[in-house]
Design a protein around this ligand. Structure first.
Ligand SMILES: Nc1ncnc2c1ncn2[C@@H]1O[C@H](COP(=O)(O)OP(=O)(O)OP(=O)(O)O)[C@@H](O)[C@H]1O
Length: 543
């Protein structure tokens, strides 16, 4: 028996086995393992759980596999075929076969496994390759299927039998759009009947709900949202969080709708539901006639999103980002170049097109996110606080970009800047505690909900009691909202006094007390916003 140094036995394993056999074996095993990992990854939410599972699987399969393999190889070779279907164990079987031929080769001073040995009576290598190939396909298909119906990450789950729906549509594809609109209309009608109007809903929110319910022609309403709800599951035994109680809205083509609301009102959650990032807990939405819960793949092609937090790759340049998203939208080379250049120019990033996004300032990243949302001219665009972190000049530049790109699209924009909302939005909705509390164009809302004049007066501190008395004579239900030294700020109900009435009253007042300064103005959108936010604060304290 030739003596083989211990250290080189391992090398003999590779050197004596035909290289072609090794390449095929490891390649097929690698593909099978990657597909297996893809399939498993769709079953885990947390990467930590996945890592723990993977360690346990490798450890347990190694331990049990070697035991089973030895037992079955020696005593019951038929069973070995079934054992090999466990992915790691088919690898062990292949390694076992290579090892057997290598030892034979060492003892007889010949080669290990050759292609001619593949048909030997007890050589299981061919069956292992076959199993790798079959499992490769099965794992890829299952991985894709689980990704659609389990959706362990974010996104909208599809029905477990969704593929039957695809088959049905393919059959009637010639009339897809017409029929799907009709089908969606029918399904909406069905759900409308179940709509429960939230208690205390204000008239304009009700009017919007009625408008959406009565709508029969969707062709000019790219975004149609019906009673969408979102409840986050409770964490660590806590109560579930109702982030969106109810949202019903129809947004026309060419319209920019502003969603305003205090922190935590549910604006981002609503946008995340509409962009398919979160699954709604109830309700339905149609984007350009496509149902959000069934046709998300079509909806993705139609929309652009500027998320609240920039989702950029640090290593890619600004230009590469736009090229990437443009390609996703299916642009050809020339369209892509034109669109990328125009996009970068519009947000003033053309001169830094080759700089990595990781080296951009916060404002530049934000502008790049906005440019990404408009690339490919999407029909529907969601802008979640697009101007956060921008300096005033960049903010104005951004407003121009939004205005220039608005035509033919439906836009939803969330913002905390009333100036931005007034500048860009055709209609606004104030969102408080997970529902809209008012809706209308900025001027309408201010006029309807403010209903008061803001009156400020400054008198010497020793005369402020006299000033208070006179203001209450002028407007008995005036509300004092602020006082400091001799400065008093009031809300005067419009039902009690007009602007000219204030001027008249002030000319009398000045004859009786010393007025250092005074002013009167219509209420602003910001004041309406604060009023709604305060009311909701009072409500939540009461509840
Ligand atoms: N993943 C989550 N799990 C549980 N609760 C959540 C989750 N995400 C958000 N929330 C809660 O849902 C509510 C709405 O949050 P959301 O981010 O939609 O508010 P927002 O109006 O966008 O606020 P902001 O103006 O600060 O961005 C908040 O009370 C928030 O704490």
């Amino acid at each position: 028996m030739p003596s083989v140094p211990r250290a080189s036995i391992f090398l003999q394993y590779f050197r004596r086995t035909n290289y072609g056999i090794q390449i095929i074996f490891y390649f097929l095993n690698g593909q099978c393992m990657i597909a297996f990992a893809f399939m498993l990854s769709s079953l885990f939410r947390s990467s930590l759980t996945a890592v723990v599972f993977a360690y346990l699987y490798v450890f347990a399969s190694g331990l049990i596999g070697s035991l089973l393999l030895q037992t079955f190889m020696n005593q019951n070779p038929l069973w070995i075929f079934f054992v090999e279907w466990v992915p790691a164990w088919s690898l062990f079987r292949g390694l076992y076969e290579i090892g057997s031929y290598t030892f034979l080769g060492v003892y007889t001073n010949s080669q290990g496994m050759e292609f001619s040995n593949l048909h030997d009576a007890n050589n299981g290598m061919l069956s292992v390759w076959g199993i790798f190939l079959v499992e490769w396909v099965i794992f890829m298909v299952l991985g894709w299927y689980f990704e659609q119906v389990i959706s362990s990450g974010n996104g909208i789950k599809r029905h477990p039998l969704f593929f039957l729906e695809c088959f049905r549509r393919q059959k009637g594809s010639s009339s897809l759009n017409k029929n799907s609109l009709h089908a969606n209309r029918t399904s909406l009608d069905g759900e409308m009947a179940l709509t429960v109007k939230p208690a205390g809903e204000l008239a304009d929110v009700q009017a919007e709900r009625d408008r959406v319910e009565r709508m029969t022609d969707f062709s000019n309403t790219p975004i149609l949202v019906r009673n969408i709800k979102k409840i986050y599951p409770g964490q660590d035994g806590g109560k579930p969080k109702v982030a969106v109680k109810s949202l019903t809205l129809g947004i026309e083509r060419g319209e920019c709708f502003g969603l305003l609301g205090p922190n935590g009102a549910g604006k981002t959650t609503s946008i995340n539901v509409l962009t398919g990032f979160l699954e709604p807990s109830g309700g339905s939405a149609m984007i350009e006639g496509y149902n959000l819960s069934e046709d998300m793949q079509e909806v993705y092609k139609l929309m652009g999103v500027c998320p609240q937090h920039d989702l950029l790759w640090e290593q890619l340049t600004g230009e590469e980002h736009l090229l990437f998203y443009g390609r996703l939208k299916g642009f050809n080379k020339q369209q892509l170049e034109e669109s990328v250049t125009a996009g970068l120019q519009s947000v003033n990033l053309l001169n830094v097109r080759d700089k990595q996004a990781g080296k951009y300032s916060g404002g530049m990243k934000r502008r790049l996110s906005v440019a990404i949302s408009f690339v490919g001219s999407p029909k529907v665009v969601y802008l979640d606080e697009p101007s956060t972190g921008l300096d005033p000049a960049s903010r104005r530049g951004l407003w121009e970009v939004v205005k220039a790109n608005k035509s033919g699209k439906a836009l939803i924009l969330t913002t905390h800047s009333m100036e931005e909302a007034e500048m860009l939005c055709d209609r606004l909705g104030i969102f408080v505690d997970g529902q809209l509390v008012c809706i209308g164009n900025p001027k309408e809302i201010t006029h309807r909900y403010a209903g008061y004049l803001v009156f400020t007066i400054t008198v010497p501190p020793n005369e402020d009691q006299a000033a208070r008395k006179h203001v209450l004579q002028m407007s008995p239900n005036a509300i004092l909202t602020y006082e400091l030294g001799g400065t008093l700020k009031y809300e005067l109900p419009c039902s009690e006094i007009t602007l000219s009435g204030v001027f008249e009253a002030m000319s009398h007042l000045k004859q009786n007390i010393t007025v250092l300064d005074w002013g009167v103005a219509n209420a602003t959108l910001e004041e309406v916003f604060i009023k709604f936010a305060r009311q909701s604060g009072i409500k939540s304290e009461e509840s």
